[in-house]
Design a protein around this ligand. Structure first.
Ligand SMILES: C[S@@+](CC[C@H](N)C(=O)[O-])C[C@H]1O[C@@H](n2cnc3c(N)ncnc32)[C@H](O)[C@@H]1O
Length: 253
């Protein structure tokens, strides 16, 4: 599945703020080895490099398009093309950080204990994921996907991987000295035409439209756009409000 870094970064400030808020809760002053899993175009890496200038920082990313953008970001780091699911480092990390990536991986019961195994004693696993899959933006996406000629093709895309906060606690608590979990619902104030459609086009909508041919894709988007306009009406001041819930976890080892 391909990514377009420029479309993703149309909302750079909104997408990077959760990474800042996650990082603020990582209580390590001078970690030696830090990695950002799913580093994307380098926006979250820039925060890590600024906070820990002496650390050896790596960014792991599976999308060549994103990695190319990251390499041009000027952030001081080692960039590695690879997949989080099969990632198997030789040495442990003081901080394993991941902003807005792990929700793409279905087997979280297996993945998270595995990642904790790669954290050094005294280190941290810190991640943030959207947990807005019951919001109209995502319910409507799945509704259109399930009610068209494309429904069989899109069965996989309709799967939701994110678990509830207590399940994350149960997975991580036996492996950690402390687990800090919280949620924040941002109220994004968006401008322009169909801004929620533009937002999800950079992320969650991709697995729904990329398997479709050009005509089907147009049809899918037309149906989805019409539903979004009802669910997220443009206000008299021209703004569209987009509530967005995210889950944050910092597990210390
Ligand atoms: C929504 S972006 C997040 C980018 C950045 N971390 C940020 O804070 O905005 C998700 C990134 O995770 C990457 N990704 C998704 N699944 C991955 C996997 N299994 N292994 C490595 N990278 C993955 C995608 O290619 C994408 O660049």
């Amino acid at each position: 599945m391909s990514w377009d870094p420029d479309i993703y970064m149309k909302f750079a400030s909104e997408r990077t703020r959760p990474a800042m808020e996650l990082l603020a809760r990582v209580p390590l002053s001078a970690p030696a080895r830090v990695i950002d899993l799913g580093c994307g175009p380098g926006n979250s890496m820039a925060l890590l490099a600024a906070r820990w200038p002496r650390a050896k920082i790596e960014g792991l990313e599976s999308s060549p398009e994103m990695l190319a953008k990251a390499r041009m970001s000027g952030v001081r780091a080692n960039w590695v093309e690879g997949d989080v699911e099969s990632w198997s480092p030789k040495a442990r990390y003081d901080v394993i950080f991941s902003n807005a990536t792990l929700h793409w991986i279905p087997t979280q019961h297996i993945l998270l204990p595995r990642l904790m195994g790669f954290v050094a004693d005294g280190g941290a696993l810190a991640f943030q994921m959207p947990r807005n899959f019951d919001a109209p933006s995502h319910v409507l996406m799945r509704e259109v996907a399930g009610n068209g000629p494309w429904s069989i093709k899109l069965v996989g895309a309709r799967q939701v991987n994110v678990l509830s906060p207590d399940v994350y606690f149960d997975i991580l608590a036996p492996l950690a000295v402390s687990v800090d979990i919280w949620e924040t619902t941002y109220l994004h104030v968006l401008d322009g035409d169909d801004p929620v459609l533009t937002w999800v086009s950079g992320t969650g909508l991709r697995p729904f439209v990329q398997p479709l041919g050009a005509d089907e894709r147009e049809d899918f988007i037309a149906q989805y756009r019409a539903r979004l306009r009802d669910a997220y009406p443009r206000r008299a001041d021209g703004k569209t409000l987009f509530p967005f819930r995210r889950l944050f976890v910092v597990a210390l080892k």
